[in-house]
Design a protein around this ligand. Structure first.
Ligand code: HEM
Length: 135
């Protein structure tokens, strides 16, 4: 299907929400990992860091819900369910959700955060491939 030809303002709004949710979830991980944690981890008051992490965690769950709902719509409208790129992307999304739940359980296992970020960056690449006809 010609994605550009099938793009309407309504579906552009859906893609816009998909990208906003992606920006919060992936951008938030980058800011958290590169700025917040390195600065606050050294400070005695870990409660503040935990409070920021909890708030980002709840926001991320909301963002993931928006990504799944808007993604579902986009995949259906652009008839991309047979795309191997989408299949790989969905497998990584399932992995990210599983790792995020494990991270809630084992918050001190920092390797989980690294794995979530790497998988998220790979999902963004696959999303770009989908949107630019590389399905
Ligand atoms: C962590 C979760 C996700 C992230 C970070 C993400 C990210 C992205 C990005 C960056 C794009 C490219 C948009 C563009 O260049 O215009 C995209 C497109 C797309 N995503 Fe996702 N996505 C996620 C989850 C999902 C899910 C769960 C689905 C399906 C159920 C999905 C389906 C799609 C589709 C179909 C497109 C192509 C839209 C188009 O053709 O314009 N995404 N995604």
């Amino acid at each position: 299907m010609d994605i550009v030809a099938a793009m309407t303002d309504g579906w552009r709004l859906v893609l816009y929400l998909h990208l906003l949710a992606m920006a919060f979830f992936v951008g938030g991980q980058l800011v958290f990992g590169l700025a917040v944690v390195p600065l606050l981890r050294g400070e005695g008051d870990r409660e503040r860091l935990r409070a920021v992490a909890r708030r980002f965690g709840y926001g991320s769950l909301g963002a993931l819900l928006v990504l799944v709902l808007t993604g579902w719509g986009l995949a259906s409208h652009f008839q991309l369910w047979d795309s191997s790129t989408l299949h790989w992307k969905l497998a990584l999304v399932a992995l990210v959700i599983a790792l995020a739940l494990a991270h809630l359980r084992w918050a001190k296992l920092h390797a989980l955060q690294g794995a979530i970020l790497l998988a998220s960056l790979a999902i963004v690449w696959l999303g770009l491939r989908l949107a630019t006809g590389g399905a």
